[in-house]
Design a protein around this ligand. Structure first.
Ligand code: CP
Ligand code: NVA
Length: 312
């Protein structure tokens, strides 16, 4: 059966571990897997802008032996002109994989329902699961050695817009890894209740835990990793002034990092806004692992694509 990756919990805990192990192997031996030799093509479609996702999927598909077809949906028949189901059927006859960055998550679900090749969510309004695989790989590299090589049992805190795609994906993806995930945001910007419930159910199986907070200091206390994201996600530009006023207390500063574990690392999916969600002393300082995190998009996504193609 064709497998898709639309949400972080589309991979079971054991499957997520397989993908992360393969990501580590591919980081050491870049051309070890060639499932797209031929050259076969992967369509990588964008409704929103991107730097990392565009480049990491281009490089990743090429490394797997394939041809990345980067599509700006504005130059296609997508976007209301042709149905998602017809698009899914046409693309499935031509390409081996469909990677799509879009707005409404329901569009990805419709694409997956009609595609006969794997569909990968490369960011929707609700989730950014490819980013979470890269983040898990990065935390494993930097912190797991002190934890018997395991992600399970580590504590990560995400502060800021806990209602956005990153907040949701940290809940599901880190709970799947058996981690203790805390997310903190102001009232009105807490994660969706159904996603919190799903994450708690997963954490109960993996030995992790899920905590939703409002106080950023309480949230980062003793954490192994502190994470944030932009306060103004793509599509929310009109709310910028209101959001900046609301999120001020959630800025990650050296003072906030003092409350985390002594050698806590800092992650940010990027792009970062140093005047808002993170101080330059943190993101450009010794605790920051954001460049490893960005690089790991390539390795984690290659592992994901190779793994999904093997399941077909
Ligand atoms: N982190 C991330 O997805 O970056 P881009 O928007 O540049 O792809
Ligand atoms: N939350 C951000 C993530 C960007 C990679 C957004 O959706 O714009």
């Amino acid at each position: 059966m064709t497998r898709h990756f639309l949400r972080d919990d589309d991979l079971s805990p054991a499957e997520q571990r397989e993908v992360l192990d393969l990501a580590a192997a591919l980081k050491k031996d870049r051309f070890a897997r060639r499932p797209l030799d031929g050259q076969k093509t992967a369509a990588v479609i964008f409704d929103k802008t991107s730097t990392r996702t565009q480049v990491s999927f281009s490089v990743g598909v090429a490394d797997l032996g394939g041809n990345p077809l980067i599509m700006d949906s504005k130059n296609s028949q997508m976007g209301g002109k042709e149905s998602i189901s017809d698009t899914a059927k046409v693309l499935s006859r031509m390409v081996e994989l469909i990677v799509w960055r879009t707005y409404a998550h329901s569009g990805l679900e419709e694409m997956a329902a009609h595609a006969t090749v794997p569909v990968i969510n490369s960011l929707s309004d609700d989730f950014h699961p490819c980013q979470i695989l890269a983040d898990l790989q990065t935390i494993r590299e930097h912190r797991a050695a002190r934890n018997g090589g395991e992600l399970a049992g580590l504590t990560a805190t995400y502060v800021g817009d806990a209602a956005n795609n990153m907040g949701h994906s940290y809940l599901l993806g880190f709970a799947t890894a058996g981690m203790h995930i805390r997310v903190a945001g102001p009232a009105g910007y807490h994660p969706r209740e159904d996603i919190v419930a799903d994450a708690k159910r997963i954490a109960a199986e993996t030995g992790g835990s899920v905590t939703i907070l409002t106080d950023p200091i309480e949230a980062v206390r003793g954490a192994d990793a502190v994470i944030t994201d932009t306060w103004v996600s793509m599509g929310q530009e009109e709310e910028k002034a209101e959001r900046i006023a609301t999120f001020g207390a959630y800025r990650v500063t050296p003072e906030l990092m003092e409350h985390a574990a002594d050698d806590a690392i800092f992650l940010h999916c990027l792009p970062a806004y140093r005047e808002y969600e993170v101080a330059p002393e943190v993101i450009d300082g010794p605790r920051s692992v954001v460049w490893d995190e960005a690089e790991n998009r390539v390795h984690a996504q290659k592992a994901l694509m190779a793994w999904l193609l093997e399941q077909a």
